[in-house]
Design a protein around this ligand. Structure first.
Ligand code: ADP
Ligand code: MG
Length: 243
């Protein structure tokens, strides 16, 4: 069973084609790195998977479920930590988690138990009554991750989850993500920290200007380069349109 299957996906904003005929398959259980320079179309693709964007061309299925035709069912498979904080900044941490649990139809006692668990995992106990806006950048990222994980989704989509996060927290997150991946969760990660991607991901895809330019195992993509960063720079060199 594939966790994610994208076929001929094209998304335009007006006349501008942000993602052009993208096809991508992520089998269940993979830790997948979705790479590309700023403006490549990573977030656009992710927003279409989770229903923030509508699209006309192509199809996206999550665990065999069409994300537009069966939005509610497909969405329940997915936990999404967005690049931008799309959150009510006046809400306290527990309420943020409580509401998202409600969105996914969790029972009261399950919500309470899961919130306790996540506050523990992300060391948010001390901060649970604080409003989101009162938290430091690193804590905000932890809340976003906890929110993405609230309904225990099978597919976790992390759009630059470690941007602005200190080395210590980033390391802890890596350990945690590695663990849940080993337990069977499928993870799609976008990140500009290529050493992080190199450490975590097994399969990679690189898009530039909305087009898939490279896909394969980490080993294949690195090839004879010294690091993923070096290989990535060679792949994307001279390909980006001017911004
Ligand atoms: P990435 O996440 O890879 O940096 P995005 O998907 O955010 O790239 O953006 C891809 C392109 O689409 C960029 O040129 C961006 O400016 C454009 N874009 C993204 N969202 C919108 C929008 N809502 N309206 C118009 N253009 C957009
Ligand atoms: Mg983005």
């Amino acid at each position: 069973m594939n966790a994610l299957e994208i076929t001929g996906f094209t998304k335009s904003y007006g006349d501008f084609i942000a993602v052009d005929n993208l096809s991508l398959t992520i089998p269940k259980g993979e830790f997948f790195g979705f790479l590309g320079p700023n403006g490549a179309g990573k977030s656009t693709t992710i927003h279409s998977i989770v229903g923030i964007n509508r699209f006309e061309k192509g199809a996206i299925e999550v665990f065999g479920t069409d994300v537009q035709k069966q939005y509610k069912k497909a969405r329940a498979f997915v936990g999404h930590s967005p690049q931008e904080f799309n959150i009510d900044i006046f809400l306290p941490v527990t309420k943020i988690l409580w509401y998202v649990g409600g969105f996914f139809g969790m029972a009261r006692k399950d919500k309470t138990a899961r919130i306790e668990e996540l506050l523990g995992i992300f060391e948010l106990d001390k901060h649970k009554h604080k409003q989101f806006r009162q938290l430091s950048g690193g804590l905000k990222r932890r809340v976003m991750l906890a929110r993405a994980l609230m309904h225990d989704p099978e597919l976790l989509i992390l759009d630059e989850p470690t941007a602005g996060v200190d080395v210590e927290l980033r390391n802890e997150l890596h350990i945690y993500l590695k663990r849940i991946n080993e337990e069977g969760k499928t993870i799609l990660l976008t990140s500009h920290y290529l050493e992080e991607v190199e450490k975590l991901c097994d399969q990679l895809a690189v898009i530039v200007d909305g087009k898939l330019v490279k896909q394969g195992t980490k080993k294949d993509i690195i090839g004879s380069a010294a690091s993923l960063e070096e290989a990535y720079l060679a792949i994307t060199a001279n390909k980006t349109r001017t911004v």
